[in-house]
Design a protein around this ligand. Structure first.
Ligand code: F3S
Length: 404
């Protein structure tokens, strides 16, 4: 790999041991992939920081980096952890028992990332944070967290490969990544397309199921073009999260969102997805029994989603199922400020947890008999793997389920 004089200096340790280690890792991975050079990035998002996943080894590496003087060179955000960092006891309201070792280990991880200069709002939707509004289409970043990566590439037009958490951190420390994959114009152009033969915009559940189908059917590396009408921002977000959960894609070219329409017959391959296939998948995934928990917030909710739910719950009696909402501290603040009239309703009827989600927390690990209803295919995918009974439903259709 070609390195500039400055990069050679970093590699030789003139800017400290931590930065040398970070650039060495980037160069090694870049060379293995065939990248010719490094490029600057504007932002990094670090995922995979749950103590439950990286354990003592991961924590030791982070603390060692801090000791060696690691500092992030670009604005850096961080994915959710296993509990609400300011109110860990809230987790007991959703049946999650946290042991002391887990809490202490997790907080040491957050402390280490903060010491490196990362902004620790702890969310998988960094694209909703005011801190990322400066990013413009075409900017290269280094992001972990598949749902955010897909949103970044496909909606905002920023450029990132599907980085693992440690690599995004190494990029943050150097302020660079390898010029490869989706950082290159040519690799962002679709050669295959999918078209849904239906004109009604898809809701968030249908959109998620479409994301699953596309991810399972498409084996290529380039982003596939998808021509479909999606009902709203929530549907877009859920579709992209489903694509990330069900496969290895890092981007899809969404008609009218990622860019202008493409003449589908000019693509090398295209496929029409039969509406009836999606409708029967919807039936298969519908909840079949009374839910113990109704979960909203994978990926983390926006203030508008909370307002939508609160409006539907207003004036209704106490729900018979537990409602759990997960979101970032920053969106929660926005909800409080923008929709003060709904705060009381949700506080009374739901458990609102920040910094975490049901999947990164140990939710349901001791109680595989739990029944969960969610509007997120990604949550369905991971909670089912945990042995829970999961059904899919839109926010609107969740309401009658709460009183079964
Ligand atoms: Fe986010 Fe947790 Fe879903 S980290 S994307 S809410 S699995």
């Amino acid at each position: 790999m070609y390195l500039t004089r400055e990069e050679e200096r970093i590699l030789s340790g003139y800017e400290g041991e931590a930065k040398a280690l970070a650039i060495k890792t980037l160069v090694k991975v870049g060379e293995a992939l065939g990248a010719e050079r490094l490029i600057p990035i504007k932002h990094a998002h670090v995922s995979g920081i749950s103590y439950g996943t990286i354990g003592e080894h991961g924590l030791a590496l982070l603390e060692e980096l801090v000791e060696k003087g690691a500092r992030v060179e670009v604005p850096t955000t961080v994915n959710p952890i296993g509990f609400d960092s300011e109110e860990p006891s809230l987790m007991s309201r959703i049946g999650v028992r946290l042991d002391d070792e887990f809490v202490k280990g997790q907080m040491r991880i957050v402390k280490a990332l903060r010491a490196m200069g990362a902004q620790t709002t702890l969310t998988c939707t960094p694209y909703y944070l005011p801190d990322t509004r400066f990013l413009k289409p075409g900017d290269s970043v280094s992001w972990g967290e598949s749902s955010a990566i897909l949103y970044g590439n496909s909606v905002i037009g920023i450029r990132t490969n599907r980085e693992g958490g440690p690599l995004a951190l190494m990029s943050a420390i150097v302020g660079k990544t390898y010029y490869w994959g989706l950082h290159i114009d040519e690799n962002r152009k679709p050669t295959t397309g999918f078209k849904v033969d239906h004109n009604e915009p898809l809701d968030e559940v249908m959109a998620g199921l479409l994301g699953k189908l596309v991810a399972e059917r498409y084996a290529g590396v380039r982003p596939p073009y998808v021509k479909v009408a999606l009902r709203d921002e929530l549907a877009v977000k859920e579709m992209l999260a489903a694509v990330g959960a069900a496969g290895s894609l890092a981007m899809i070219y969404l008609d009218g969102i990622t860019g202008p329409s493409i003449d589908i017959v000019k693509l090398e391959r295209f496929e029409t997805i039969d509406w009836r296939e999606l409708a029967s998948l919807y039936e298969e995934h519908k909840p079949s029994e009374k839910p113990d928990v109704v979960f909203l917030g994978c990926p983390h909710s926006r203030a508008e989603d909370l307002a939508r739910l609160a409006k539907l719950l207003e004036g209704k009696p106490e729900p018979k199922s537990k409602i759990v909402i997960t979101l970032s501290r920053s969106e929660y603040r926005r909800f409080r400020e923008s929709y003060p009239e709904y705060l009381g309703v949700l506080k009374e009827k739901a458990v609102i947890v920040r910094d975490t989600c049901l999947i990164v927390s140990p939710f349901g690990r001791d109680d595989s008999g739990l029944t969960v209803v969610t509007n997120s295919y990604k949550a369905y995918f991971y909670l089912s793997k945990r042995g829970l009974k999961v059904g899919l439903s839109t926010i609107e259709d969740m309401i009658p389920l709460l009183y079964m």
